[in-house]
Design a protein around this ligand. Structure first.
Ligand code: 13P
Length: 254
């Protein structure tokens, strides 16, 4: 049976009061597959969101972290700080962080290691730009990200990393990869993980699709064999839309 994770990336949206209301709404819906759901919120909302979700089974987490445990890094947040709040997940290497905040495969790799050591599940984002896809270099590009991001991470730890394939040209554009395009890359990613490690690790690793996933296209994307779920931006901000995607995954897991 295929495993799912439906993860909402709120990016820089919502106030704490809105996050709490959303968390309470989600908890009240009593999803059968609540343990396969996560909300990735801004740092300031995490403690209150975690409290609102308590007992629901729904996971929550951050959208970035620093790789040092503490020190003179003004404006940064460390893994122990996230751990203290009880977060389960953390997005790493989102294309917006790579583009606007100088995230590199080297810092991504360091962040993956400290998160796994702390037993927080990383959601590692990879994906190509439109220019790279038009040059038919998307597989080479994504493979090179994966090789660098997984450098020095043993198989037992690698299988705990959730990989999100997010083609940059599909993020926030309303232009979704077709289910076949998304499946092709997610299967390719699984193959790269198999090559780096072994078949067991490749089978176990969760691979999500992200990029304009919404209620109307989720079921078709989630039905694909190598797509274990979604990393959802815009559609995760509205409770009914997000719930509809969660329910699509639940239907497919029956
Ligand atoms: P959208 O769903 O808004 O396209 O965002 C996708 C994304 O970047 C999730 O991390």
């Amino acid at each position: 049976m295929k495993k799912f994770l439906i993860a909402g990336n709120w990016k820089m949206n919502k106030l704490t009061s809105e996050a709490v209301a959303f968390g309470e709404d989600m908890k009240g819906r009593k999803f059968e597959n609540a343990k396969d759901v996560a909300i990735l919120a801004p740092f300031t909302q995490l403690a209150a969101l975690g409290a609102a979700l308590e007992g629901s089974g729904i996971g929550f987490g951050a959208q970035n972290v620093h790789f040092e445990q503490s020190g003179a890094y003004t404006g940064e947040i460390s893994v122990p700080m996230l751990k203290e709040i009880g977060v389960n997940y953390c997005i790493i290497g989102h294309s917006e962080r790579r583009e606007y905040f100088a995230e590199t495969d080297e810092t991504v790799n360091k962040k993956l290691k400290v998160l796994i050591d702390a037993d927080i599940t990383p959601i590692l984002c990879v994906g190509e730009s439109l220019e790279v896809r038009e040059g038919k270099e998307e597989q080479t590009f994504v493979a090179s990200q994966l090789y660098a991001d997984f450098e020095g991470i043993p198989a037992a730890q690698a299988k705990k990393i959730v990989i999100a394939y997010e083609p940059i040209w599909a993020i926030g554009t309303g232009k979704t990869a077709t289910p076949d395009q998304a499946e092709e890359m997610c299967a390719f990613i699984r193959g790269v993980v198999g090559g780096l490690y072994d078949n067991e690790t490749a089978d176990e690793v969760l691979i999500l699709y992200g990029g304009s996933m919404k209620a109307s296209n989720a079921a078709d994307l989630l039905a694909k064999p190598d797509i274990n779920g979604g990393l959802i931006g815009g559609a995760s901000l509205k409770a009914d839309d997000f719930a509809s995607i969660i329910n699509s995954a639940n239907e497919l897991s029956k």
